[in-house]
Design a protein around this ligand. Structure first.
Ligand SMILES: [Zn+2]
Length: 134
């Protein structure tokens, strides 16, 4: 059996890596989780003001998808984020915006959001799987 990969676009924050990996291995039935890290990636992908960072994330994402046949993508936000200090409600909106943006680039894959709280509990933010093929 070939090993299965999924992809997390996550924060650099060391507190959230293990919870995110464990959640996604179960969620996507994956052996490995490719990690693309930035500070506050949900803000970067939501605002898309820093086009170099956005391009860098997308370039890494394309490699994960094409070389590892990633089966799903998660964009992550978390409590007490140095890169995205916005309150939770705002960060959840950033995650939903990021899901919509990523879904445009990877229409064939499921894109979900994750929120990691102050206890490092992880919950899923639904973005919906786009069935539209263009
Ligand atoms: Zn962070």
């Amino acid at each position: 059996m070939p090993k299965k990969f999924c992809t997390a676009i996550s924060c650099i924050d060391g507190r959230i890596q293990l919870p995110v990996i464990k959640y996604l291995q179960t969620r996507f039935d994956a052996d490995y989780v490719d990690l693309i890290t930035e500070t506050g990636p949900n803000l970067l992908l939501s605002a898309q003001r820093d086009s170099r960072s956005v391009e860098s994330i997308l370039a890494k994402l394309r490699i994960s998808v094409s070389n590892h046949d990633s089966v799903g993508i998660a964009v992550v936000g978390h409590h007490d984020c140095a890169g995205n200090p916005a309150p939770k409600a705002e960060q959840l909106a950033h995650i939903r915006d990021s899901i919509a943006f990523l879904q445009q680039h990877c229409q064939e894959l499921e894109v979900i959001g994750l929120w990691v709280d102050e206890n490092r509990d992880t919950s899923e933010i639904q973005g919906g799987h786009s069935q539209v093929k263009s």
